[in-house]
Write a protein that binds this ligand. Structure first.
Ligand SMILES: N[C@@H](CCC(=O)N[C@@H](CS)C(=O)NCC(=O)O)C(=O)O
Length: 203
């Protein structure tokens, strides 16, 4: 059975969300967001940096949320929730899927570091402001791409698992304003999906 190493309020929620959308059976191993929970010798054998998510499937142990999502879609869902390689949507599916960790998550990581993870005396307002500006810049093309659409590429897909989770998290830190109406509606649409609601509230 698939085994997912999970920590509340992290990218491991993406994988729970996907598994729930697909109705796949899985075992959940909950780890605390702490040195003891994530940096143990045992967990570092699964992920060299001691991070989540990690998925085990028989003798496969795989990390990186995007890789895990693609792995599940290929090995356990026969390409479901993903356009066919020769479909016109396919290149854009790949583009938005990878845009999330490549362009959206770096400023979100910095915002979390500067507002939550660092002790107040080590926080930098300059670094925070730069990250907020970068995030707004990275989100603008997403808002434009969502014009007239419910999901980022055609039907609900793996790209929405990546993007929906990141957009929901971004909206928690800095709520999308009236200049991002499509993203605002998209986050509400994502939040209304029962599988997402389950995953995001799982502790
Ligand atoms: N690019 C990786 C990022 C993994 C990652 O940084 N996970 C965070 C939680 S969202 C983590 O485990 N942080 C623990 C730490 O930094 O010690 C992915 O998409 O899986």
């Amino acid at each position: 059975m698939l085994k997912l190493y999970f920590t509340h309020k992290t990218r491991s929620g993406r994988v729970v969300w996907l598994l729930e959308e697909l109705g796949l059976e899985y075992e959940l191993v909950k780890l605390e967001f702490s040195k003891e929970g994530l940096k143990s010798e045992e967990h570092r054998k699964r992920h060299p940096l001691g991070r989540v998510p990690v998925l085990e499937d028989g003798d496969v142990t795989i990390f990186e949320s995007g890789a895990i999502i693609d792995y599940i879609l290929e090995r356990h869902k026969n390409g479901g929730l993903k356009p066919a390689v020769d479909a016109p949507e396919f290149p854009y599916y790949l583009q938005w899927f990878h845009y999330v960790e490549g362009m959206i998550m770096p400023p979100i990581n910095e915002i979390v570091v500067q507002t939550v993870l660092l002790p107040p005396e080590r926080r930098s307002e300059d670094a925070l402001n730069k990250a907020l500006k970068l995030l707004a810049k990275a989100m603008k093309p997403v808002n434009e791409a969502l014009e007239g659409k419910d999901y980022i590429v055609g039907d609900f897909s793996g790209a929405d698992i990546m993007l929906g989770h990141a957009a929901f998290m971004a909206n928690l830190s800095v709520p999308f304003g009236d200049d991002m109406p499509n993203l605002k509606a998209y986050v509400a649409r994502i939040a209304a999906r029962p599988a997402f609601d389950y995953a995001i509230n799982l502790k």
